[in-house]
Ligand binder design. Structure first.
Ligand code: MSP
Length: 613
């Protein structure tokens, strides 16, 4: 067993392999899982040593680095809204982090270009895998850019720098004693790119009516495959994985997914086939020193999270300060295989895995064969970038599947962005209400500070309800931050909308348009109402930047909030109520650029994918 020492090394990695490498793994007696035949430990080329130890990621504190990642997308078909949802969740987290003024951050994404499924898709499209990947990868790049996903890195697994990292990672596994060669047979599911045990299969009939087996979860057909493969000693990592999870209850969120992984780890954890015969799969990275084998596409793909941070030279500046956003269908790859592979290569598991559920369409799974795949380009064209981002993040609940239909987008976006938020800005900045077009002054005599808002009788003009409402807006930034931290962006948006609605009620309740501007006392109160409303809008604009960046920018520009005043650290709400000075008071508002968010039209056509590859 090689004594690999790398940055972020995980001590737990050595013991399971030391134990596992000695006796050959036993055949699983009576197991429904694919049969594995031990073929002896592979002894390949020794691992190259690192010339200098890389720097370590700052583990804690405000200046700490963080790599956020989206999954890398299969380059066998165009993007759909499920892909976009994964990316938007990661993007919103990345943007919120920047807003907090947290330490350096990166957002990585890219395309997963190797494997049988890409090889077959290229053949079906009458093209070569590199050509297909080029086309599809650029579609993903465009879609993400178009949707304002602020990625800092886009990795293509066909890139040389990535392939080099994969070869190095393979060497680390091999030199750590984690690989052995064995013959392997089982049911392979190409669309999922993995072997499936009998327990996850069901009988079905193919297009010609012949009996066949399909994956229980996805309905995809599986094929019996028997090959000489390299095997990864996954079974040796059952205890280290359990310990990792028990010690890190936040490692997988939301909690039901954490429990699901713990449950998997209570069951049999067979070794994993990590290569395919090259004769069957040419489109992939050859196993170093064994050109008859191609590295398993999932190992190749997972290593993107390392290659993006410069593995094997400079990854230590970031690793393991990494949060992966993934869909529930790829949880096992990220929460079981990936941490085990990392431990085996002498690296620590990622800090967090943030899991989301799926979008269905009119209650059905989205699939090419059903012809109900929703095209993000069409959706953005129809509902605008911010409108569609808002919808997906507001309605998507990571814990459970969400159903998509066009009418819902129109309803949610019109009611919350156009009417509630846009309407509030429009009313509070109307020239008839605020002819000077300034951020007016707050009057303490109208809205005096009180210790208990239930005892405001006779003081000022604000009601107990008003005190309650400003208290909820004051606590909003922290609430929103906690929801982002807990991967509940939809809840953050829910409480912002609630406050927007409360602000509309506040405005409505006091009927500022009825106040007599010629009466100095009424003018003070009018100014105070507008001041409070604009302060609220400033808070909403600031907090909404990670979700609707363009609309938030227009809102903040209209309120004359300078770029350097848009962060969370400088977000003081209603400073004057707390006896402090307010830098906005008396400031000229920004130019009126019209309606903040135009109401959406109900689409005449569903946003179904039609792109030909
Ligand atoms: N290539 C792998 C990931 C490798 S990461 C090292 C893959 N690609 S994918 O293109 O099939 O999926 C990418 C992401 O889109 C996954 O997070 C997946 O869960 C997500 N979605 C795919 N369909 C989805 C829905 N219908 N709804 C929501 N997200 C879904 O898996």
């Amino acid at each position: 067993i090689g004594s690999l020492r790398q940055n972020g090394a995980c001590a737990a990695a050595r013991s399971p392999l030391a134990a596992a490498a000695a006796p050959p793994p036993a055949l699983p007696g009576g197991s429904p899982l694919p049969r594995r035949l031990y073929g002896g430990a592979a002894m390949l080329r020794p691992l190259r040593r690192l010339s200098r130890p890389p720097r370590r990621a700052a583990a804690t504190g405000p200046g700490r680095r963080l790599l956020l990642s989206t999954p890398i997308f299969y380059a066998n078909g165009p993007p759909h809204i499920g892909h976009l949802y994964s990316a938007l969740l990661a993007d919103a987290l990345h943007r919120h982090r920047r807003l907090r003024g947290a330490g350096p951050g990166r957002l990585s994404t890219g395309t997963d270009e190797h494997g049988l499924k890409i090889q077959q898709a290229a053949a079906a499209a009458g093209t070569s895998p590199p050509e297909l990947c080029e086309r599809v990868s650029s579609l993903f790049h465009q879609a993400l850019t178009h949707a304002a996903v602020s990625f800092t890195d886009f990795t293509r697994t066909s890139e040389p720098r990535h392939q080099r990292a994969v070869r190095y990672f393979w060497g680390a596994l091999r030199d750590g004693g984690a690989l052995y060669k064995g013959s392997y047979e089982g049911w392979y599911c190409t669309p999922e790119e993995c072997f499936l045990p009998e327990s996850q299969l069901t009988e079905h009939r193919d297009a010609q009516g012949r009996p066949c087996k399909v994956s229980l979860e996805t309905g995809h057909q599986v094929h019996w495959t028997k090959e000489e493969n390299y095997m990864f000693r996954l079974s040796a990592f059952q205890d280290p994985l359990r310990k990792w999870l028990r010690d890190n209850p936040q490692a997988i969120s939301p909690h039901p997914f954490y429990q699901r992984v713990l449950h998997w780890l209570e069951e049999d954890l067979p070794d994993l086939s990590v290569s395919r015969e090259r004769s069957r799969l040419q489109w992939g990275i050859p196993v170093p020193s064994d050109s008859t084998q191609t590295i398993y596409v999932w190992v190749d793909a997972l290593v993107n999270y390392l290659s993006v941070v410069g593995y094997p030279e400079t990854h230590g500046e970031w690793w393991p300060a990494v949060h992966h956003v993934v869909g529930k269908d790829i949880l096992k790859f990220h929460a079981v295989y990936w941490p085990a592979l990392l431990m085996a290569a002498g690296l620590a598991p990622p800090e967090r895995i943030l899991v989301h559920s799926h979008w269905t369409v009119h209650g059905q799974k989205m699939s090419k064969s059903l012809g109900n795949v929703i095209d993000p380009f069409a959706c953005i064209g129809q509902y605008t970038v911010d409108g569609f981002r808002y919808f997906l993040l507001r309605q998507g609940v990571p814990e459970r599947d969400c159903d998509y239909y066009d009418e819902k987008v129109v309803k949610v976006v019109n009611s919350e962005l156009a009417d509630a938020l846009g309407g509030l800005l429009n009313r509070s900045t109307a020239l008839s209400i605020n002819p000077s077009n300034t951020y007016p002054c707050f009057s303490e005599s109208c809205f005096p500070k009180v210790l208990d808002y239930r005892e405001t009788k006779g003081m000022g003009r604000a009601s107990a309800e008003d005190y309650e409402f400003v208290a909820s807006v004051a606590s909003l930034p922290l609430q929103v931050a906690n929801y982002f931290e807990g991967f509940q962006i939809y809840k953050a948006l829910e409480c912002i909308v609630l406050c927007v609605r409360q602000t509309n009620s506040f405005f409505q309740r006091h009927r500022p348009w009825k106040l007599n501007r010629k009466d100095p006392a009424e003018q003070l109160w009018l100014d105070t109402i507008i001041h409070v409303t604009l302060e609220c809008l400033r808070v909403y604009g600031t907090l909404l930047q990670p979700v609707i960046p363009h609309t938030a920018d227009r809102l903040l520009s209209r309120l004359a909030v300078e770029p350097e005043e848009r962060g969370l650290s400088s977000l003081t709400f209603l400073a004057r109520y707390n006896g402090k000075s307010c830098p906005f008071e008396g400031r000229q508002l920004g130019p009126d650029t019209g309606i903040l968010f135009h109401r959406l039209e109900k689409s005449r056509q569903p946003q179904i994918e039609t792109k030909k590859l």
